[in-house]
Write a protein that binds this ligand. Structure first.
Ligand code: GDP
Length: 482
């Protein structure tokens, strides 16, 4: 228990209902066990099955991870290019790239896939993946060590000969000949699930392809998407997914809180900001304004944000300039956290609530931690701020996000929040009506799903195959779990 600012004793469950393992050194990663203290809402409870599966995975990562005899043997196989009849351990190397939201969703997807297929997860440390998070598994590392034998793996792309899709095309792998013994399969395959993936690459989401991939000891996966809704299309995974996640919409909520702990530097950014600007307000509203560096400031977008927030009663209406609000020291307080590459939206909102009284009498404060102006790649302090801001958004009570943005998806998932999504305007001079809509679930949207029915072997609307996978409200062809 801790004493809160107001002196009342509050209790929090630092292991998040068994989601997190006990016994980590707390000082090396303060966020891991302190995060529960910063969340007003307790979050969803993981199933007992998920908790025990996570402990099993941790044991697997320790038994097979870098530094073990099993890992050396597996590397030796990879070098020799020959599959063993029954390899001790199987691996998935996950390459995350693009913006931070994309990278987090990619690693989360890879993790769920290894849980379902008894593989060891190793994350490529480039693109800051090795610099923003704590180690998720006790007594081992999830980072792929230097010297990996597939020297050019970070350049694997749609045209790599060893991609699963290209191997199907060249008939190096066949799915139409029944069970292929492991010794006749390649020792590794590259799973290309990027936004430009081909139909063959996306056969990854079919049962018979999964039966083949099961026997390939090394997989390297590159994606910039949240592929989890696609995994729900694989019949062979459905029962286990149902047991792991009785509340289906909470898949990323659990996996994200399990895997992604801000390191001590980022946690300092999160907690100092929260304590100084957000902690004492009675309500916190997060507004994620995803803009691009080259876009001019948009009065239409500002109007869309205020219309949305006021219509949905997230922010109070304003009184006319001459009218006065209810005076007195005991008014309710609301803190608004704006995140954006630009400061213009924040300044306008702040000005509005300074120059006008709120119709509800609330005192509204508006805050923005940073405005980086342009999206940058490979810049450490830039990524640390982005991660801190995603995390701060997840600590709010109500959230407004921008359509299509993986930055917002991660915040909503970690926070267990079903956001109000600012619809994407058809053109820039038109404010969408309605300006926003309540998302159907907190789980992220898969932007590049397959459009193929594996059983019928023809194109299909994959939003209509299983009831738990539907199209997203912010991207009509995307898929999400509801
Ligand atoms: P998406 O492009 O909206 O799907 O989100 P990503 O996180 O994948 O990529 C956007 C990147 O731009 C982020 O990772 C940041 O580097 C930067 N960025 C965008 N919006 C913000 C913001 O509000 N705050 C900060 N600090 N960075 C941002």
């Amino acid at each position: 228990s801790v004493l809160s600012v107001s002196g009342e004793r509050s209790y929090y469950d630092k292991l998040l209902g068994g989601l997190l393992a006990d016994g980590f050194d707390e000082g090396s990663c303060r966020s891991r066990y302190q995060s529960a203290m910063y969340r007003r809402r307790p979050g969803r409870q993981p199933s007992a099955h998920l908790a025990s599966k996570l402990r099993q995975q941790e044991a697997l990562q320790r038994r097979c991870g870098p530094g073990t005899a099993a890992y050396s043997n597996a590397l030796e196989q990879l070098r020799s290019g020959k599959s063993a009849a029954s390899p001790e351990c199987k691996y998935l190397v996950s390459i995350s790239y693009r913006g931070l939201g994309n990278r987090i969703l990619a690693a989360a997807s890879a993790f769920l896939y290894v849980l379902l297929t008894d593989r060891v997860l190793l994350v490529d440390p480039s693109n800051e993946m090795g610099e923003l998070f704590c180690e998720p598994f006790p007594d081992t590392t999830w980072l792929l060590p230097p010297g990996f034998p597939l020297a050019s793996y970070t350049n694997f792309s749609i045209s790599t000969a060893e991609s699963y899709g290209n191997m199907l095309r060249s008939k190096a792998i066949r799915t139409d000949v029944g069970d292929v013994p492991a010794a006749r399969l390649p020792v590794f395959s590259y799973v290309h699930l990027d936004h430009d993936a081909t139909e063959q690459d996306k056969f990854f989401f079919c049962d018979e392809d999964q039966r083949v991939l099961r026997n390939v000891p090394w997989l390297v996966m590159r994606t910039d998407s949240y592929i989890v809704p696609g995994l729900f299309l694989v019949t062979g995974f459905q029962e286990e997914l149902g047991r792991l996640f009785p509340e289906l919409d909470a898949v990323f909520h659990h996996i994200g809180r399990y895997l992604f702990h801000p390191n001590n530097h980022v946690w300092g950014l999160v907690t100092r900001y929260y304590d100084a600007y957000l902690a004492t307000a009675q309500r916190r509203v997060g507004i994620q304004v995803r803009v691009f560096g080259s876009q001019p400031n948009s009065p239409e977008l500002l109007e869309q944000i205020t219309k949305c927030a006021q219509k949905e009663r997230l922010l109070p209406e304003l009184l006319a300039a001459a009218e006065h609000g209810v005076p007195g020291p005991r008014r309710n307080t609301k803190a608004v956290l704006v995140t954006s590459l630009k400061s213009w939206y924040y300044e306008k909102l702040k000005g509005m609530y300074w120059e006008h009284a709120a119709a509800t009498g609330e005192a509204v404060s508006v805050h923005q931690p940073s405005h980086e102006e342009f999206q940058r790649f490979g810049a450490k302090s830039h990524d640390a701020k982005a991660w801190a801001e995603i995390y701060l958004l997840s600590l709010t009570d109500e959230l407004v996000t921008t359509a299509w943005s993986t930055f917002g998806y991660v915040a909503q998932g970690l926070g267990g929040l079903r956001p109000w999504v600012l619809y994407r305007p058809d053109n820039d001079t038109h404010v969408p009506d309605p300006p926003c809509g309540r998302d159907v679930s907190m789980d992220p949207c898969f932007h590049a799903p397959p459009f193929y029915d594996c059983r019928l072997k023809r194109g299909a609307d994959t939003g209509k195959i299983v009831p738990q996978v539907q199209h997203c409200i912010d991207m009509s062809w995307g898929l999400k779990i509801v």
